[in-house]
Ligand binder design. Structure first.
Ligand code: 13P
Ligand code: SF4
Length: 301
């Protein structure tokens, strides 16, 4: 059944001149049919640079929306329109405007895990791969409001030494990764390194050896000298880690770190979306222009 699905998707990919992009947290079989798998920053760059006419985005809504912001004339398909990101929903444009009003002259650094409208109300975007670089690029005496992830913001504050106002958003999936889980795995696998995502809580990041974006974790594993690596992020990443570097054994900090939204995308839904050319992602032009400015400022760094 799966082989047939893969074949049908392959035919449609050709006839539609489509590119299939998948985030590192996607189901293994979805990652395996993708033309490109990566972190949010890499996927944005890919979406901006592709000459395909259709982008099939296997990820969550804000990622597909970023692709549409960058490529407005392409059809962007999100195979399950319910695949959202709860963190992105933790701030609205109205809330952002009210917060900005509290800090006159504030510069808004917005994690890409946000809606197009919120991006449009922000000055510059960042991803987990470049948050430190983006914050460092802001003029030294400029006050900063970092939205919506308080923990990525806290991480960037610690790495840059910059004070920032933080919006209290968080990723529910990364909140399932506790410092107790990390200690338990360290005790079970003494001498092994622990690498986590910067969306984790500060106590988890403090006890890890590295905090990196999803593709940063994959690059780290490529040059890892040990036999076992302990990984603290959404467990979909384990597929790519094992596939690209099978000599290392990967142990999740906890098996509970599963993002249900990422798992909504299935091969069946990918095929169905390509057959029906929906659900498509649309962004009103007035919002897109503002969001594009914030995304392009990030990509230009
Ligand atoms: P990356 O940009 O590191 O892939 O992270 C995206 C994300 O949603 C993490 O939860
Ligand atoms: Fe959003 Fe967290 Fe899922 Fe990433 S893992 S898409 S931040 S809910």
């Amino acid at each position: 059944m799966s082989a047939k699905l893969v074949e049908q998707i392959g035919h449609l990919r050709k006839s539609l001149k489509a590119i299939i992009l998948a985030h590192n947290y996607q189901r293994p079989e979805v990652q395996d049919i993708a033309d490109f798998t990566g972190d949010s920053l890499e996927l944005s760059r890919k979406a901006a640079g592709t000459d395909a006419e259709v982008i099939v985005f296997c990820g969550v809504h804000f990622m597909a929306e970023t692709a549409k912001i960058l490529s407005p004339h392409k059809t962007v398909l999100l195979p399950d329109e319910e695949a959202g990101c709860p963190m992105a929903d933790m701030i609205t444009l109205e809330q952002l405007e009210a917060e900005k009003a509290k800090y006159p002259g504030v510069m808004v650094v917005c994690y890409v895990n946000s809606s197009a409208a919120v991006k449009a109300g922000s000055d510059i975007c960042c991803t987990s791969a470049n948050a430190v670089q983006v914050v460092n690029a802001v003029e030294k005496d400029q006050p900063i409001l970092f939205i919506p992830d308080q923990y990525l913001g806290q991480y960037a504050m610690n790495r840059t030494g910059r004070e920032m106002h933080l919006w209290p958003g968080y990723c529910p999936t990364h909140m399932k990764i506790g410092v107790g889980d990390l200690r338990r795995q360290r005790a079970r696998y003494p001498g092994c390194k622990v690498v986590v995502h910067p969306e984790c809580r500060p106590d988890v990041i403090d006890e890890a050896d590295e905090a990196l974006s999803t593709s940063g974790i994959i690059r780290y594993a490529r040059s890892y000298q040990g036999n076992t690596l302990i990984v603290g992020t959404e467990i979909g990443i384990l597929h790519r880690l094992k596939k690209e570097n099978p000599a290392v054994e990967y142990i999740p900090v906890t098996e509970r770190s599963v993002c249900p939204n990422m798992k909504r995308i299935t091969l069946e839904k990918v095929l169905c979306s390509m057959e029906e050319m929906q659900p498509t992602i649309e962004v009103p032009e007035s919002i897109r222009q503002g969001a594009l400015a914030a995304v392009e400022r990030m990509l230009a760094l």
